[in-house]
Design a protein around this ligand. Structure first.
Ligand code: ZN
Ligand code: ZN
Length: 339
C-alpha cells in the first residue's frame, strides 16, 4: 500500500497520518447520532472483540472448574500463568515477528522511521530493547497479572464479593462488560498521571519510558510497582456485581490489550489494498514526547487537562509552547533565593 496517500514522511523517515486523532464521540458535546454510529464499530473492532474472544476462550476452555479454584494450589496457578504467557508469546510474538523481524511492510505506516534494534543502548539489559522488554514482561508482568487473576477467581469460587451471573443480572453484566474498556482507560489515566510525579517517574515509570521507540514487546515492560498498579483496576470486580468472564476480559484488556499503543505502525497491512487500523498513535506520541496523552485517546481526559496531542502540526506547536513555559517557570523558581 502507498502510505503517502494517508500521511506524510519527514526527512528523518518518520511518518505522520493526515487524519488527526479524535476522542470517542460519546464524550464530545453536543452529541451527534450520526458521528456516534460511524464511530461505534471502532469501539469494538478490531481490538475489543478480539480481547473478548480471547477471554471467552480462556473462561470456557482454559480455566479450571469452580471446585478446583476453591483452594489455592500451585497446579492451577501455574496453569493460568502458562496460559496467559502463551497468549502474550503468540500474539505479541506474531506482531513482533511480522513487523519488526521480517519487516514485512518495511516502514510503511511506521511512525518512527527507525527500528529499535538499530539503536542498542546501555539503558537496556544486554543493550537490547527487545531482550530487556521480554525479560520484564515474562519475569514480573505475567506473574503479577496472574496473581490478580488467582485472587479474583479464588474469591469468586469461595463466594467472597458481590458475584452474580448472566441469568440473574443479564442487563447489568452486559452493560458492565460494555464499559470495561472505558473504565480501564480511566484507571490507566489515573495511575499513569501518578507515576509521572517526578520521584515516582525516576524510580518506577522511567523503566517503561526507556522504550522511546516502542515495539510490541515494550507494552508490558514496566517496573514491578507499575505492573502492580496497572492491573489493580481489576479489583473493582470485588466491589460491584460481576462475573469471572468479565474479570478475564478486564485483565486481558490490560494485559493483551497493552499492545495497542505500542505497535508503532498506524496500519497493519493485511493484503494489497486492505489494512487494519491500530489506533496506536496517541500512546506512541506519549512515548515520543513524554508529557502528552496520558490516556489512550478514547476519553478526552488529556483534552480537559491541557495535555492532548492529536498528532497534527498544530498540536506540536501548542505542546512546544507549553514545554517552553514550563522551562521558564522552572528557571524562574531556581533563580528565586530560598528564604
Ligand atoms: Zn507505553
Ligand atoms: Zn508515561
Amino acid at each position: 500500500m502507498d502510505d503517502l496517500k494517508f500521511g506524510t514522511r519527514d526527512k528523518r523517515g518518520n511518518w505522520r497520518p493526515n487524519d488527526k486523532i479524535e476522542n470517542a464521540p460519546v464524550f464530545v458535546w453536543p452529541w451527534s447520532l450520526g458521528t456516534f454510529l460511524r464511530w461505534l464499530p471502532n469501539y469494538f473492532l478490531p481490538w475489543n472483540v478480539f480481547f473478548f474472544a480471547v477471554s471467552a476462550l480462556f473462561w470456557f476452555v482454559l480455566t479450571p472448574s469452580k471446585e478446583t479454584l476453591l483452594s489455592l494450589n500451585w497446579g492451577w496457578v501455574l496453569f493460568l500463568l502458562a496460559r496467559n504467557s502463551a497468549i502474550i508469546l503468540l500474539f505479541y510474538g506474531a506482531l513482533e515477528l511480522r513487523l519488526y523481524m521480517q519487516k514485512r511492510q518495511g516502514t510503511r505506516f511506521k511512525y518512527n522511521g527507525k527500528f529499535p534494534a538499530e539503536n542498542p543502548s546501555d539503558v537496556f539489559m544486554f543493550k537490547s530493547q527487545a531482550i530487556d522488554n521480554i525479560i520484564r514482561t515474562f519475569g514480573t508482568g505475567l506473574p503479577i497479572w496472574t496473581a490478580y487473576e488467582v485472587l479474583l477467581l479464588w474469591s469468586w469460587a469461595n463466594g467472597w464479593g458481590p458475584w452474580s451471573n448472566f441469568t440473574a443480572h443479564p442487563v447489568w453484566l452486559i452493560c458492565f462488560g460494555l464499559v470495561l474498556p472505558i473504565l480501564h482507560e480511566f484507571h490507566f489515566y489515573c495511575i499513569h498521571r501518578l507515576i509521572h510525579i517526578p520521584i515516582l517517574y525516576k524510580w518506577i515509570h522511567s523503566v517503561h519510558h526507556n522504550s522511546i521507540n516502542p515495539s510490541p514487546w515494550s507494552s508490558l515492560s514496566m517496573h514491578p510497582a507499575e505492573q502492580l498498579l496497572y492491573w489493580s483496576g481489576s479489583l473493582i470486580h470485588l466491589l460491584v456485581p460481576s462475573h469471572p468472564l468479565l474479570v478475564l476480559y478486564h485483565l486481558n484488556l490490560a494485559g493483551t490489550g497493552a499492545v495497542v499503543g505500542h505497535i508503532g505502525f498506524d496500519k497493519i497491512e493485511a493484503g494489497k489494498d486492505t489494512a487494519v487500523d491500530t489506533h496506536a498513535q496517541a500512546h506512541y506520541l506519549h512515548h515520543k514526547y513524554f508529557e502528552v496523552n496520558y490516556a489512550d485517546g478514547m476519553m478526552p481526559l488529556d483534552r480537559w487537562m491541557g495535555t492532548w496531542h492529536d498528532g497534527t502540526a498544530e498540536s506540536d506547536k501548542i505542546m512546544k509552547e507549553r514545554f517552553r513555559k514550563k522551562r521558564e517557570k522552572l528557571k524562574a523558581s531556581n533563580k528565586t533565593p530560598s528564604p
